[in-house]
Ligand binder design. Sequence first.
Ligand code: NDP
Ligand code: 8X3
Length: 257
Amino acid sequence: MKPIVLITGATSGIGRATAHLLAESGYRLIVTGRRQDRLDLLKKEINDLGADCLTLCFDVRSYESCANAVASIPPEWEEIDVLLNNAGKAKGFDPIHQGKLEHWEEMIDTNLKGLLYMSRLITPGMVERRRGHVINIASTAGKEVYPNGNVYCATKFGVDALTQGMRIDLHKYNIRVSQIAPGHVEETEFAVVRFDGDVQRAKIYEDFNPLTSRDVAETIHFIITRPPHVNIQDVLMMGTQQASSNFIDRSGRNLVD
Ligand code: NDP
Ligand code: 8X3
């Protein structure tokens, strides 16, 4: 039987692309998010690719919702091999003295507390089975801050610290903890969410080639498929036209192969 992978935030972007890619390889997928209609559609797509799928609709910001969702997992899906902590977001792009409290709460609750809640619920089973893999989606924003990135960057620096801490706590139970820190990724709703649905403002990928969600999914697939004695601890990846958070060649998307 192929391993079971639970993906948080599978209704769009990196999570959805990863669900598709892993379904192509026959993994059994537990896909989660807050939009049931998207989950229903994704389940059909996964089934059409010949893979099994379970959907769980809940908000990672609520521990009670996470716990109820995990408690509802039927026995045949209980032995989760891989937890992909992907659900996350940026909200707003303001300097610190003008930041909106509701944006700060939403980022901290989703990117940090949601990741913690899901890890707390899923890793005890992994410890018991002496088998498992946790992959956290961090960001270049968790390696280097940029103007107006303040709280989003802080949450992703926090994810980076949690990845390291979780690995130290869990490696002795044969559990791998990995992280991917991508730069800009298109084919996602990231920018539209950050700018509250302002699609004009969200056009931040038009003058350079960023990563695609599929690029990140392929890296996740690579990490998952290493032999059991190999743990890819941290992958920092960016499009070729991006050198760092603050240096992007925005001279045009003329480097497409
Ligand atoms: P998307 O907005 O496309 O996807 C985010 C996913 O998270 C959606 O499936 C969304 O589902 C889910 N989500 C958001 N809030 C919640 C919540 N409260 N409870 C449960 N699920 C939630 O963005 P990306 O694919 O880009 O983002 C995925 C991860 O990648 C994030 O952690 C992001 O910070 C990170 N990242 C993104 C980069 C980029 O440039 N795009 C670069 C580096 C890192 P739903 O709305 O249905 O709940
Ligand atoms: C997303 C990449 O640079 O917009 O994490 O923060 S960035």
